[in-house]
Design a protein around this ligand. Structure first.
Ligand SMILES: Nc1ncnc2c1ncn2[C@@H]1O[C@H](COP(=O)(O)OP(=O)(O)OP(=O)(O)O)[C@@H](O)[C@H]1O
Length: 718
């Protein structure tokens, strides 16, 4: 099969296939790879096509009013009949009692079991008595009828005698009997007239009755009901939750709930109001796992009359329990109020004790974030509010004059421009050269961190926050430095990667922290070790569950954190946060925060306030990179023209060259540096020496290794 470009297919032309890949191998006729277009073109099985077609027709038919009316009224009849039959059956049998007994048994309520058994027994005894009475009445009926007729005739006759005596007319003796006979005749006459139409109308009356019951109970499918009767986000009641679980399509769950009957609600904790929704814990019956429920989130939401994004499922501490937070219908689409940073012009920040007002939890509680000695990572798809939510935190911290900022914005669209005069370093731009400058900024952060680490214990350092927005650009930077080391990548030689790791490892204690914002995470643009180095991990909507795991960690996502289920474009600014620095409800793996949106103009105003609190900061737009020390080159340099030099002499010359670096060096350092290249000191004439030609070979070999490494960019992280 040949692949056809979409535009060719549209035009109906089938030009010969031309590969756009320069070195693409010629596909062998029998092993042509299946491109998406080829898969699309492949004929699907006829049966499947027919089923799809049928399904489409059925769904489209629902749009027609008359079709909906037919289904609706038909369903009212069927549903009404079912309800009346069930009521009648329940009224005449012990079915209801047995159901309650089974339910109480399933819930372990033995007292209730006894009570219902006693009631069932009473019901059976009463029914038995009624039946016996009826049988007995059949035996005595002729006699009773005879007595009644004789008594009635006697009474009428006595009345007639009294009438005749009063009227002095003997013919009046039979008048009451004749009147009763006339009455019977009239009743028979009327009955005869009504009987025919009654039999004709009876089925219609019965149908109207069942229809009325069905209509009252809304027994038609949701799509067929009139809009006003549809269950669009009705209040969540225990019975709605139980039925929603029962109808999830999980066999053991359905069986268990059916067995519980009306006390299925015993699975539920009390339903509590939680912000703009309700919260309820559901204890699952044995044989049903929490994971099965999480996998059915959409169905559960629909069963509850909600959209998928309006139902959150987390796993609390209690075993075999899921916690549902169900939003009031449409509540999540309402905007939250403005940030306190905007509304309160006197707001101040404190790096150590304060918390950045960030937004609202789904429960409607204010959420604040402590950034004290914490590295931060925020990820998400493009244009979902990553920069805005990261910038809000930075704007708050800017209100603490002791906080220093070094900012690298690798989008360079001016989103961070308001930090001019607040940040000591502000690099803005999307090119590889900007990424190099940002890398050098982070490396300078490492140097600053190392300087601070040498301060006497107990020294209090001002916070230095290094922010890199669009950090994926730095990881993917293909440029190399003069020493041949790549700026990007995730190898031991990769400069940005190694600088991040070093700050992650040691920066916290001396208040040098790294905040990164990054887009659409992959292993390439956000290496594992870097994402795991952040204390606070936040994610806006991401594309897949595996990306959610990259953003927040496996544990949080396995526990129910689901940024991949947020809605792209609609849930802008909604972040799922795991880790430290934020109050996460007990037993939950993460918290979902709807962040306040601080647009660029209000952000400028907040920045003006922050600037006013500071004594003028001169912002630089690049960092003078410190020349990295190259030990091998230094050793080679100090050997000079000598072919062999004693190790003691080498150490002495090195210390003279750079006291700060080599002053403390011993034979062990020298050996450790040279050994990996096969240039380690060796014994010559009884003394340890370093050979110049071996060190030169080592430099050549190192260069070769670096070239190999850069060709092999996809290699493992160190
Ligand atoms: N908290 C929020 N509430 C509502 N809308 C928001 C919120 N945050 C951001 N937005 C909207 O999303 C848009 C994009 O925001 P932002 O630039 O922060 O996204 P981004 O993820 O950083 O984008 P990119 O990846 O392209 O840099 C904003 O212009 C704004 O309209």
């Amino acid at each position: 099969m040949t692949e056809t470009a979409p535009e060719q297919r549209l035009n109906g032309h089938h030009a010969p296939q031309v590969s756009l890949l320069k070195f693409a191998p010629e596909p062998k006729p029998d092993t042509v790879p299946e491109t998406p277009a080829a898969i699309e073109d492949k004929p699907r099985p006829r049966r499947r096509v027919r089923v799809d077609h049928l399904r489409r027709i059925v769904v489209e038919a629902r749009e027609h009013g008359s079709y909906r009316a037919v289904v609706r009224h038909g369903a009212y009849m069927v549903g009404g009949t079912r309800i009346l039959a069930k009521r009648a059956w329940d009224g005449r049998t012990t079915a209801r009692y047995e159901r309650m007994i089974r339910a109480a048994e399933a819930a372990g309520l033995m007292d209730e079991v006894k009570e219902w058994e006693a009631r069932a027994q009473t019901f059976r005894a009463a029914r038995h008595r009624r039946r016996m009475d009826m049988l007995r009445s059949l035996i005595y009926l002729p006699k009773a009828v005879g007595y009644a007729t004789a008594t009635g005739a006697g009474v009428l006759l006595a009345l007639g005698v009294l009438l005749a005596w009063a009227n002095q007319d003997a013919s009046d003796v039979l008048t009451p009997i004749e009147t009763v006979v006339d009455l019977v005749r009239w009743v028979a006459l009327i009955g005869g007239i009504v009987w025919g139409p009654f039999w004709f109308a009876a089925p219609w009356i019965a149908l109207a009755a069942v229809w009325a019951v069905g209509r009252h109970q809304h027994t038609a499918p949701q799509w067929a009901l009139p809009v006003k009767d549809r269950d669009l986000g009705a209040a969540i009641t225990p019975s709605i939750v139980v039925v929603a679980f029962r109808d999830l399509g999980i066999g053991p769950l359905r069986k268990a709930i059916d067995a519980m009957g009306d006390v299925g609600a015993s699975m539920l904790s009390p339903i509590k109001i939680a912000g703009c929704g309700v919260e309820v814990d559901v204890h699952l019956p044995s044989g049903v796992s929490t994971e099965e429920i999480q996998n059915k989130r959409r169905k559960l939401a629909e069963n509850l009359g909600r959209h998928e994004h309006e139902v959150f499922i987390t796993i609390p501490e209690a075993a075999r329990t899921v916690r549902l937070w169900i939003a009031d219908s449409g509540a999540l689409d309402e905007p939250i109020g403005p940030s306190p940073l905007v509304t309160d012009p006197d707001i101040r920040a404190d790096y150590k004790t304060g918390r950045a007002p960030w937004g609202q939890s789904l429960r409607g509680d204010a959420v604040a974030l402590s950034v004290y000695q914490r590295h931060l990572l925020i990820t998400g798809l493009s244009n979902q509010g990553k920069t805005a939510s990261l910038r809000t935190i930075a704007l708050w911290l800017a209100l603490d004059p002791s906080a220093q900022f070094w900012i690298g914005d690798l989008k360079g669209h001016g989103d961070w421009a308001m930090f001019e005069g607040i940040a000591s370093v502000l690099i803005q731009g999307p090119t590889d050269e900007h990424a190099c400058a940002v890398t050098e900024m982070v490396e300078a952060g490492v140097t600053e961190m190392e300087r601070r680490l040498q301060d006497p214990p107990g020294t209090v350092h001002d916070p230095l926050v290094i922010i890199v927005d669009e950090a994926q650009v730095a990881f993917m930077n293909p440029l190399k430095g003069q020493d041949g080391r790549p700026y990007g990548g995730k190898k031991a030689t990769s400069r940005y990667f190694m600088a991040c790791r070093r700050i992650h490892n040691q920066g916290r204690a001396v208040s040098v922290t790294l905040w990164q914002g990054t887009q659409d995470p992959t292993d390439e643009n956000l290496p594992k070790l870097v994402r795991e180095g952040a204390h606070i991990r936040a994610s806006l909507v991401v594309g897949t569950e595996s990306q959610a795991k990259m953003a927040l960690g496996d544990k949080a996502v396995d526990g129910g954190a689901a940024p991949h289920l947020l809605r792209q474009g609609l849930d802008k600014g909604t972040v799922v946060v795991a880790g430290d620095g934020i109050d996460i409800p007990a037993g939950e793996p993460s918290i979902t925060v709807r962040t306040h949106f601080v647009d660029t103009d209000p952000a400028k105003e907040i920045a003006d306030r922050a600037r006013a609190l500071r004594n003028g900061v001169a912002t630089v737009h690049a960092v003078a990179a410190e020349k990295p020390v190259d030990h091998l080159a230094d050793i080679c340099a100090v050997l000079g023209e000598d072919s062999r030099v004693r190790t003691q002499e080498v150490l002495h010359r090195l210390a003279t060259l750079n006291e700060a670096v080599y002053g403390e060096w011993t034979f062990t350092n020298l050996k450790a540096e040279l050994e990996p290249y096969g240039a380690a000191p060796y014994k010559s004439d009884g003394v340890m020496v370093v050979a110049r030609d071996r060190v030169q070979d080592a430099i050549v070999e190192r260069l070769a290794r670096m070239e190999d490494d850069s060709e092999d960019q996809g290699g493992d992280e160190d």
